[in-house]
Design a protein around this ligand. Structure first.
Ligand SMILES: Cc1cc2nc3c(=O)[nH]c(=O)nc-3n(C[C@H](O)[C@H](O)[C@H](O)COP(=O)(O)OP(=O)(O)OC[C@H]3O[C@@H](n4cnc5c(N)ncnc54)[C@H](O)[C@@H]3O)c2cc1C
Length: 466
């Protein structure tokens, strides 16, 4: 991109958004140019623009289309695949200031929000009306709903309540393609059913900013859960035993609201950082949360204890101490930032059929040992969605190289077990190679066709996903 083009682009941006919201300062730009995927490459953006309205987004997309300037949408930048990383010569479109909850419809159990609303803020707002927005990525205190939609975020309670996609009824988005760059379109519906036309809302969910910019979201809500949840804890002397317990819970048809795993490295890292009083002496801990009310809940909790025990747990019990149970789930939520303190973390997000969880855990251990890489594992185990986190000492290039090899082998192991390279974090930059190995050629050709139809100029988050 020539200096003249950069100058015209900046002038164009300042025509449609007040200049104080067009950041050019290198320090500010650096801060807004990457997500939490420390290993993904970061390009050099020419500007970061903080938008407040859909009309501003539309005007910016028109300017960028005219000058062929790439646009990288950004929510809170908590992504773990490099999806929000800046690209050379592009702009970062920061949507975090579009944070109004526009409507909470208690009669129809839905809400309408701007994309910059933080997940936990929506949860708190709807709770005041006795309602619940279930999707709960561990990043819920920071991540935006726009980012959640663009990555189809999962979380702890997907096992029973589903992922972001299951709650998105409709969207407004600024798109390009046949609609014309800078057009604001309404996709989806407010009704509980609806099949008018192709499911373009579904295409936008999980599209990681490559098909357009989400400017408004209509989300389904549920009534707030009643009753007191039960927590079952099981300690295991190996990851594979814990995996067998997960497979056993599935086989028996039990559906806890959450079934999470932390290995010893994670427990130690959290305990060293936050001193929650968690005992980090076992190889793996499984945490199940059961929210069915009354005797059904009690029976489910007992059945889970039995499955844990049958799979070889050192001990398994229903926790009677709420403070301890909450500390264990808090440890789960804090695992990632606690490990980040130890050095650069390369995050996997593989997902395998639940019956294959023990086999995947065995692969993780074998690959760690083959490449001499330290791997900590945290998992939405009940979904088969595992996050082996590859840890390398800061500045150790050899360890980094070995970790990259192990990363790709883990992706291949998941594919070989009938799984996928990414369960919830998205492809971004880190899993493009793995995705091409996972999907067949016809599927990739259709995906490229969709991208070309939505974005023939290739300006929406180029180089990501495909
Ligand atoms: C500690 C920690 C725990 C996490 N736990 C989980 C978890 O349990 N489950 C899970 O799924 N993820 C988890 N994540 C990953 C991350 O939080 C999610 O991917 C989240 O959805 C990203 O939201 P964000 O607002 O930070 O988006 P960003 O990181 O800013 O962006 C993510 C992607 O969405 C695109 N995008 C953002 N906003 C828009 C928009 N308005 N229109 C179009 N595209 C847009 C970006 O271009 C990018 O491709 C975790 C991350 C951390 C750091």
């Amino acid at each position: 991109m020539t200096a003249d083009t950069v100058a015209s682009a900046v002038e164009g941006l300042r025509r449609v958004v007040p200049p104080e919201r067009v950041a050019l300062d290198p320090d500010v730009l650096r801060g807004l140019s990457h997500d939490e995927a420390e290993w993904a490459p970061v390009g050099a953006a020419i500007a970061a623009v903080r938008v407040r309205t859909e009309a501003e987004v539309a005007a910016l997309v028109r300017v960028c289309a005219e000058l062929r300037v790439p646009i990288v949408a950004r929510g809170a930048g908590t992504g773990l695949s490099g999806g929000a990383n800046a690209v050379d010569g592009g702009i970062v479109l920061d949507l975090s200031q579009m944070r109004e909850i526009l409507e909470i419809d208690t009669e129809n159990l839905l809400c309408v929000v701007q994309p910059g609303v933080v997940n936990n803020d929506l949860k708190a707002a709807v709770a005041e009306h006795g309602l619940w927005y279930p999707p709960d990525p561990a990043s819920a205190p920071w991540a935006t709903l726009g980012g959640n939609v663009a990555t189809n975020a999962g979380g702890l309670c997907c096992l029973k309540y589903g992922v972001t996609r299951d709650y998105v009824l409709g969207l407004r988005a600024v798109v390009g393609g046949p609609a014309g760059y800078g057009s604001a379109v309404a996709l989806g519906r407010r009704t509980s059913k609806g099949v008018a036309g192709y499911d373009l809302t579904g295409l936008m969910v999980g599209s990681e900013g490559t098909l357009g910019i989400v400017t408004e979201i209509t989300l389904r809500l549920r009534p707030a859960p009643v009753g007191h949840p039960r927590t079952v804890v099981g300690a295991f002397s190996s990851l594979v035993d814990a995996g067998r317990a997960v497979a056993g819970v599935t086989r028996r048809g039990l559906t806890p609201a959450a079934l999470e795993l932390l290995d010893r490295v994670c427990l130690e890292a959290v305990e060293e950082w936050k001193q929650l009083g968690v005992d980090p002496t076992t190889a793996a801990l499984l945490l199940a949360r059961v929210d069915s009310p009354g005797t059904a809940g009690a029976e489910e909790a007992t059945a889970i204890v039995t499955e844990f025990t049958d799979a070889g747990a050192i001990w398994a019990t229903e926790s009677t101490d709420d403070v301890e149970a909450e500390a264990l789930f808090e440890a789960r939520r804090l695992a990632y930032p606690a490990l980040e303190r130890l050095g650069p973390v390369l995050t996997e997000d593989v997902c395998v059929p639940r019956s294959k969880v023990p086999a995947m855990f065995a692969q993780i251990e074998a690959i760690a040992s083959r490449h001499d890489v330290r791997i900590a594992t945290v998992a939405h185990a009940g979904d088969g969605n595992l996050h082996p986190l590859l840890l390398t000492p800061p500045g150790d290039d050899d360890a980094r190289h070995r970790a990259m090899l192990a990363f790709e082998e883990l992706l291949d192991a998941a594919i070989a077990l009938g799984g996928t390279v990414t369960g919830e974090h998205g492809v971004g930059l880190l899993k493009r190679g793995g995705m091409l190995r996972e999907l067949d050629a016809g599927n990739i050709a259709l995906q490229r066709g969709v991208k070309d139809a939505f974005d023939p100029l290739g300006i929406f988050n180029p180089g990501k996903v495909l």
